[in-house]
Design a protein around this ligand. Structure first.
Ligand code: G1P
Length: 238
């Protein structure tokens, strides 16, 4: 896993690091269940690389920061402020399975409210199946009246390494930032790019309300907490 983070984000590498002191304490006290949860944060076969994006030059630039680590391999991009609840097969897994068949870049998409197209990368597609489309165009945060469709990109992508060369040359776009969307638009000139309407529900944790909703709904799905949490919520709203 390659994390691209910025200033004041040290808690992220700390979260994925081994917590020696805490583990020792829990072992001493015989708290094996808690110890197991702590140890399961990072599966043993995964290693982490942390890269600092020293200037906030945009999502495209953040992805480009990973180039020295990724090299010439396809890779997944996960924007951590989009949380996807999927029930059984994770959204990224859905994209990975489709990539295994198609060997093309894939963007996870969902229909968005027409008046909110200016919050998303928006695609126009040629439908291939119910869920899969072939991208015709992609534009970053168009006004509703200029938007080519109401199909918005969410923060899950599989990209071929050809994207890096595009990101190196596109320059700044919407909001004065180097946009991943613009790199993908360039990639479309050379390669097929697919859209995939994923199975699951996306939570926009980048907005205050979306973050609150994600917390409540996740609380209500939590095996140990859901019953007590539901009782609490019922009392609160009655
Ligand atoms: C980014 C992308 C946008 C995408 C969105 C998904 O925007 O630039 O194309 O639709 O993530 O969450 P941001 O939300 O970071 O402004």
């Amino acid at each position: 896993m390659v994390f691209i983070t910025g200033r004041n984000k040290r808690s992220i590498p700390d979260h994925f690091d081994k917590a020696y002191e805490l583990e020792t304490e829990l072992e001493k006290k015989g708290k094996t269940a808690t110890l197991e949860i702590l140890r399961s944060i990072l599966p043993p076969h995964i290693s982490c690389v942390f890269i600092r994006q020293t200037e906030a030059l945009g999502l495209g630039h953040a992805v480009l920061c990973a180039k020295p680590v990724i090299g010439n391999e396809p890779f997944a991009v996960l924007l951590a402020d989009d949380l996807v609840e999927d029930g059984n097969r994770g959204c990224t897994k859905q994209l990975v399975d489709l990539f295994a068949e198609q060997q093309s870049s894939i963007l996870a998409v969902e229909p968005v409210a027409h008046e909110e197209t200016d919050k998303y990368g928006i695609v126009s597609i040629e439908p291939q199946t119910d869920r899969i489309g072939k991208l015709q165009a992609i534009v970053e945060k168009p006004k509703p009246e200029d938007s080519p469709s109401d199909l918005g990109v969410i923060g899950r992508y599989i990209l071929t390494p050809a994207i890096f060369e595009k990101l190196e040359h596109i320059g700044t776009g919407a909001g004065g930032e180097i946009q991943l969307t613009d790199g993908i638009a360039e990639l479309l000139n050379d390669e097929t790019v697919l859209s995939y309407q994923f199975e699951g529900k996306r939570y926009d944790c980048g907005s205050k309300l979306g973050y609150l909703i994600a917390n409540v709904e996740h609380g209500l799905l939590h095996a140990d907490l859901k019953d007590d949490f539901l009782d609490y919520l019922k009392k609160l709203v009655l």
